[in-house]
Write a protein that binds this ligand. Sequence first.
Ligand code: 0O2
Length: 208
Amino acid sequence: PQIYDYLDTEKQFSRALFFYEAGLQQIMAKLEILNREFQYGNDRNPIESVKGRVKSEQSIVEKMKKKGLPMTISAMMSNIYDIAGVRVICPFISDVYQVARMLLSQKDISLVTMKDYIKQPKENGYRSLHLIVLVDVFFSEQMQKIPVEIQLRSIAMNCWASTEHQLRYKKDHVLTDDMQKELKCCAELMAEADQIMQELATDLLKED
Ligand code: 0O2
């Protein structure tokens, strides 16, 4: 079934998604500006890549069902914070925190929640810095604060997370305890590599 079989009308739903697309564009533009500006001062980029997406209708419906929410646009807008999502991949852990700091210092962005899975990794070994922010977007007649989820992580953390995602989401496969232990061990090896690379970066890449 389509989401608008549940959620008001198709037109209202696509209008709501347009707001999230606008929020996403705003955050992606900010990241692009920060990355290019940093390049002038430091001859390198703190951001390796950025990917943005608006959640699909199907995963919005699944998430709302899981949370037991009524299928309305207003319930969606006030309870689902990752409809607009951006993933930012940085070379070094220090870049992750610096990019987060630079974004959060902007007046038109406010922090809703921060989950630091780098300082406190998830039980399975997952590492990443998750921010939910509200970004101001100006439309023809009003300004709206749009929620956007920003996941920031190092190249090594992303390598682990993308691979683990592929293994976990194969629905006909069940990960045994041993497999989970091995995956966690891989996450720790990545974290060790990140630590060594960070020390090298601290020695070699003094900022101007
Ligand atoms: P997708 O398809 O990536 O969007 P929430 O589920 O958002 O209401 P939760 O679980 O507290 O609340 O959110 P959290 O911990 O901030 O994590 C949400 C997102 O982080 C996930 O989105 C994943 O993208 C990523 N993530 C979290 N844990 C893991 C993990 O163990 N492995 C990998 N590969 N990614 C993870 P979704 O909605 O699950 O999926």
